[in-house]
Design a protein. Sequence first.
Length: 227
Amino acid sequence: MELSALYSARFSEPERKRKARLWRTLWSAVFAEWVQPNDTVLDLGAGYCEFINAARARRRIAVDLNPDTPRFADPSVEVHTASASELAFLADGSTDVVFTSNFLEHLPDKKVVAQVIAEAHRVLRPGGTLIAMGPNIRLVPGAYWDFFDHYVPLSERSLAELLLTSGFELKLVEARFLPYTTKSPLSRLDWLVPLYLALRPISSFVLGKQFLVVAERRTPQQQGRAT
């Protein structure tokens, strides 16, 4: 599938601009909690770079197979047109935070999902943080398949199980975080996004269809206790 054509058709320029504003709000209100100014942050499946552009960190890295991704990255963001399951350009333990949003469900099968998580584990330092969000198959079972490039059904429970068996400790597991799609009314009015976040968890209970999972790569001490 030609990624550039698919996503150009799916998101218009005004929608991309709204998404960028949405992610700036999400960064300051939610994700900045897990990232320090001196961190190295890796965004897997960075797409149009909304998250990684909003992130404030010493080193920012975007990975995506979409050839359009470099055009949307800030000048200080490193962009690698590469598979997230093969991060050979990064050394073991070289990142502090790995982030991925609405990406894992686009992989061809669960074997590749596991490979991506294994690579994330490899490049994270011990004690480093993995942040993952995506559509929850338990909450949108039919609509999940309305996107042609959704292949892998995932929930917060299935991802948490994979992480636990892949060398991670769970820090936060939310079944309901954000609405299913950025095409929802929430993202069309900028003032609604801070209100939605301020009203969590009530707003998420009513409208949330995407999971949020935060996990930590086990340290040697934690690994010893786990075994």
